[in-house]
Design a protein around this ligand. Structure first.
Ligand SMILES: Cc1ncc(COP(=O)(O)O)c(C=O)c1O
Length: 382
């Protein structure tokens, strides 16, 4: 094997991105350190204004993580004990964890097998007369998984019919669009994560809540500082959940590059599609009409029960992959008391057995991509 063939291909390499914008990042960090302003202040305010303009929303509130963005959104809506919230079963844990953490009950819906996003039909089924906990449902949290938005027209129509709030979990979908509208801007509240691996990632934890509602924005601004306004006068019981000023400065340096990074991801996805098409056991990511996919992940289905063997084969060749997510949330041990059984949400369960995310980041080279595809072809030709 040649030197390059021996090199590992990670699923994501954050160091390459840093090297490409090193001076901008270093200056941003230095600016904050020299300013002595670490909590809220001008960097956070400027970032909030810049990202609000990017998303086209009146209010953007920086918080400590994507999880806290969801948690504060539910608290701002007054959702708590006795309430229920409909969430997809096939998502990162936080989407449902926050529901339990405000004392409410998650109701798990199944997914559309093409987009992996919450199925409007499954939401409607959960709201049918006679369904347990139906009366207590206050909100729906659609997740825009892997960087492609859920079917927001249908979800908003259901929400309107039943008088429910919609909190978009746009943690994986910054910049994705649905009929020209950006992720996070269609529901009552939109939530984002700046976890380092996200398309717009900080160098630590960070999150954002957006809304067009002035009153909700005000509540969320208070909730992130223990519900106070002014300082030491508490109207709500909130928590400490602020976007760190250093992270805000880093995100300000990165935001102008986001569009170009997204285009690079989309080019890589197009090329994967082209090179993998024709492999019978692989289902390529579906791209729904009227939506732009920002390819936070490039996730294929591996049919015939071969997903884990393919993953091992790629790992043996130094190629990183990941399974997002191996166990749907309705079957997680911590939700056993809710009484779900295997077979209840078949598409979520099938996705958990079949999905595999391949190396995807803007700096992935054509040679690396060729090696990934060759290794996949090798496996199926064995
Ligand atoms: C779909 C989804 N929701 C919520 C979160 C939570 O974000 P964080 O890790 O910033 O708390 C993440 C990311 O980790 C996510 O992918």
């Amino acid at each position: 094997m040649s030197e390059t063939q021996n090199q590992r291909i990670p699923i994501l390499d954050l160091r390459r991105q840093y090297q490409s914008i090193k001076s901008e990042i270093d200056q941003a960090i230095q600016r904050v350190v020299e300013s002595g302003r670490f909590i809220l202040g001008p960097e956070v305010e400027s970032f909030e204004a810049e990202i609000a303009a990017y998303l086209g929303v009146p209010h953007a509130i920086g918080v400590a993580s994507g999880t806290d963005a969801l948690l504060l959104a539910l608290k701002a809506l007054g959702i708590g004990p006795g309430d229920a919230v409909i969430v997809p079963s096939f998502t990162f844990f936080a989407t449902a964890g926050v529901v339990a953490n405000v004392g409410a009950t998650p109701i798990f819906a199944d997914i559309d097998p093409l987009t992996f996003n919450i199925s409007p039909a499954s939401i409607s089924a959960a709201l049918k007369a006679g369904t347990p906990r139906r009366e207590r449902v206050k909100a729906i949290i659609p997740v825009h998984l892997y960087g492609q938005m859920a079917d927001m027209d249908e979800i908003m129509a259901i929400a309107h019919k039943f008088g429910l709030y919609v909190v978009e979990d746009a943690a994986q979908a910054i910049g994705a669009e649905y009929n020209g509208k950006k992720a996070g801007t269609i529901g009552h509240i939109g939530c984002f994560s700046f976890f380092p691996t996200k398309n717009l990632g900080a160098y630590g934890d960070g999150g954002l809540v957006v809304t067009s509602d002035d009153e909700l924005a005000e509540r969320i601004r208070m909730l992130r500082v223990h519900g106070s306004k002014p300082k030491y006068y508490h109207h709500l019981v909130g928590t400490n959940s602020r976007l760190d000023a250093l992270q805000a400065a880093i995100l300000r340096a990165k935001l102008p590059h986001l569009a170009e990074w997204t285009r690079a991801r989309q080019r890589i996805a197009d090329r994967y599609d082209e090179l993998l098409r024709g492999i019978k056991s692989i289902r390529l990511p579906y791209r729904a009409p009227n939506r732009t996919h920002i390819f936070h992940q490039y996730t294929v289905r591996v049919l015939g029960g071969k997903r884990d063997a393919l993953r091992d084969h790629l790992a043996a060749q130094g190629i990183g992959t990941e399974v997002y997510y191996p166990l749907p949330l309705h079957l997680q041990p911590c939700f056993r008391h809710l009484g779900y059984r295997e077979g209840d949400l078949p598409e979520s369960e099938r996705a958990s057995r079949e999905v595999l995310s391949l190396p995807m980041f803007p700096e992935l080279t054509r040679e690396e991509q060729d090696r990934v595809v060759e290794a996949i072809r090798d496996f199926f030709e064995q």
